[in-house]
Design a protein around this ligand. Structure first.
Ligand code: ATP
Ligand code: MG
Length: 602
């Protein structure tokens, strides 16, 4: 089932394994970076080795100072080690950044090409704010993982192992207490953290963030309404609530992290607590006091470095957990299935449309928008759909081009189930003019040309003339090259609608869906739009949804839709004679019209 409802089950990996899987996109580069980073980590121990050797020389010869040449050489070795560490780490980061941006590029491309294949119903449900956030921010966060966390993670694995080996080799007793200190620190951290709780809180936090993203986009889009009705961000409840929820989620989430981090930092920074008692004990029983002192001094210097390394391990882990969580959100969208197409795309024999026992609801628990509805829209005729608001008219229009798939029953075009028609062919077959049409921020020429990419400029102009919008386009500062949405250029709703009609005329598809196509029109505009539409409708299978019943009196057939069912059907005169739902609607309509006449504003 393509368009909705069930959250897709997870066929994909999650957490760290999923992040590792993503590094395969730039496998070679990631591998080079990881190897360089591991070598850098090893090189970082060279200075410690030098220091150990120098301490040993000083203590063995104390109180004399001897072997200064040898000490100098160890000093240079330390310097060389540091330098090597920097060069290798720098190299690792340079390579990892190239890998990271290559991966981002690929993922964004995959994501963008996936979401265009998803049914429009998915986009209506999920909201553009959330998808924008995933594409811009979530995928971006992977940059941090591949460019920084991945090399650091490998360093963070190599370094402690090397450190612990060194500790045991030099003096196993000190090695043991340091090791014990590390274990105790992590146990404390685990207790403070509460594992599952943190990842639950992170989920709540991420959900709140996405919701706020959607609400912000909605708020900014609707800002004119917000202002016109003198609303503030406080009365725009959805945004206000989402900000509140975000605030409520961010504090527990941050605290759950910070408590654990504070405990761990305190424990790691106080390793001397373990080390010094062992030092006192070992010092008292030392056979060779000088060599004991050498080792002990070395430990006092080396142990803080271990704390720093282990802190890095923790940071890398927390970061990766975060990244894994946001990537999972990308994966959930990627797991949404595009509309299914049965193999062997079939060609309809004509353009008659049949709804056969169709049931559909937008949400599982919602009431049915269409309830076991059956009717036929004959080819090459005009079928009007009228009825009270919320009755299901637009839903019928949305199902024909498969913006959603039906729950039960079937829709056929020329006898072929639309699920068996290739999406591309279906899109070629149907054009729409909606109540709120969308123009892109590009030239009027290109906006119309969307109806049929590849149409010549003459064809675009001919379509615009037929749609009665040539004159007003020519009055724009740059004519057809005027960019829609550019400052100083204003379009009325009726003008936008005529541009949309021009688009549909250019497309010249055999099936035409008009949902409230004259809704915006003032009387003069309406006349022009009607004229444009009559050009468009000639010889097509037309589905016309209208509130203004005057526009449907000439339709070949009128369907009256109420509560997701067909209440009546027939021609205007037949239905009026019936004295049913339609004549009731007609009475309301003519009454409203006469009120307007009396007030003189019709
Ligand atoms: N995107 C959506 N998500 C959830 N429910 C929806 C959605 N669109 C419509 N509905 C619901 O489906 C039912 C039918 O709505 P539909 O838009 O088809 O009515 P309509 O006849 O076109 O009404 P109008 O004359 O106001 O345009 C209504 O109950 C409506 O609330
Ligand atoms: Mg509607």
């Amino acid at each position: 089932m393509a368009s909705k409802k069930e959250t897709p089950e997870k066929p994909y990996k999650t957490g760290l394994p999923r992040l590792m899987e993503l590094t395969k996109i730039k496998k070679g580069l990631c591998l080079i970076s990881v190897v360089l980073s591991a070598l850098a980590a090893l090189a970082s121990f060279i200075p410690y080795y030098s220091i150990y050797k120098i301490i040993a020389l000083i203590i063995q010869n104390y109180p004399e100072i001897r072997d200064t040449d040898l000490m100098l050489r160890y000093g240079l070795l330390a310097l060389g080690g540091t330098f090597l560490n920097i060069v290798l780490y720098f190299g690792a980061l340079a390579v990892s950044h190239v890998a990271a941006y290559g991966t981002l590029y690929q993922l964004k491309l995959d994501f963008a090409s996936h979401i265009v294949k998803l049914p429009i119903g998915f986009h209506i449900r999920e909201g553009s704010g959330k998808l924008r956030k995933i594409m811009d921010e979530n995928i971006e966060q992977l940059e941090g993982f591949i460019a920084h966390d991945l090399p650091d993670m490998v360093a963070a694995m190599v370094a402690p192992v090397t450190a612990i080996v060194i500790l045991f080799v030099i003096d196993w007793r000190f090695g043991l207490v340091t090791f014990a200190a590390i274990i105790v620190s992590f146990v404390l951290q685990g207790m403070a953290n509460g594992g599952q709780k943190t990842s639950d809180l992170m989920n709540v936090y991420q959900d709140a963030l996405e919701d706020m993203s959607n609400a912000s986009v909605e708020y900014v889009r609707g800002i004119s309404v917000v202002k016109a009705f003198n609303q503030t961000v406080f009365s725009f409840k959805r945004l206000h609530d989402s900000i509140q929820k975000y605030t409520d989620s961010v504090i527990p989430y941050t605290l759950s992290n910070e408590n654990a981090m504070a405990v761990l930092t305190a424990a790691l920074n106080n390793m001397y607590l373990f080390l010094i008692p062992m030092g006192i004990y070992a010092g008292r029983h030392a056979a060779d006091y000088r060599s004991f002192l050498t080792d002990f001094l070395f430990y006092l210097l080396f142990v803080p470095a271990i704390a720093a390394i282990l802190m890095k391990v923790v940071y890398v882990m927390v970061n990766s957990m975060n990244t894994a969580n946001v990537i999972e959100r990308m994966d959930m969208v990627l797991a949404e299935k595009p509309l299914t197409e049965e193999s062997g795309s079939a060609a309809p024999k004509d353009y008659e449309i049949r709804f056969d026992n169709v049931t559909f609801s937008y949400d599982k628990d919602d009431k049915k928008a269409l309830d076991h509805i059956s009717f036929t829209i004959p080819a090459h005729q005009i079928t009007a759909i009228v009825g009270p608001s919320g009755g299901g008219k637009s839903t019928i229009a949305n199902l024909i081009p498969r913006f959603y798939d039906v729950d039960e029953g079937s829709i056929t075009i020329g006898g072929t189930d639309i699920r068996r028609i290739a999406t591309k062919d279906l899109m070629d077959m149907v054009s729409f003019v909606f109540q709120d049409n969308f123009l892109f921020k590009q030239s009027i020429l290109d906006n119309i040309r969307m109806g049929r990419p590849g149409a010549s400029e003459e064809e675009v102009i001919a379509a615009a003339k037929a749609a009665q919008c040539h004159d007003f386009i020519m009055s724009l500062p740059d004519g057809y090259r005027t960019v829609f949405g550019q400052s100083g250029v204003k379009f009325s709703g009726g003008e936008i609608q005529r541009v949309a009609i021009a688009r549909a005329i250019l497309k010249d598809a055999p099936i035409l869906v008009l949902d409230e196509a004259t809704a915006f029109a003032d009387p003069e505009n309406e006349f022009l739009i009607q004229k444009a539409l009559s050009r468009l409708m000639a010889d097509k299978t037309v589905i016309m949804i209208a509130h203004r019943l005057s526009t449907v009196t000439n339709a070949d057939r009128i369907l009256v839709v109420e509560n997701g069912r067909i209440a009546e059907q027939g021609r205007h005169e037949e239905l009026r004679a019936k004295n049913g739902k339609y004549s009731e609607l007609w009475a309301h309509y003519t009454q409203a019209l006469s009120w307007k006449m009396e007030r003189g504003d019709a």
